[in-house]
Design a protein around this ligand. Sequence first.
Ligand SMILES: [Zn+2]
Length: 63
Amino acid sequence: MPSCNTCGKQIEATARICPSCGALTGVHMRSTDASRIRVLGFSSAAVVAFFAFVLLRWLGFLP
Ligand SMILES: [Zn+2]
């Protein structure tokens, strides 16, 4: 069983946040969350670009 880096208490191996002190344990944080944020950012940027394209085309700036 791993222990918390902050308070030293034993925590679940899958716990992302220490139930004792609330510190982040770093378990499954970087890969999943970072990729999810990246996908979220990309999709929102794509939506913004799409609406900008539609708006520009609607206003007659594009052929
Ligand atoms: Zn802790």
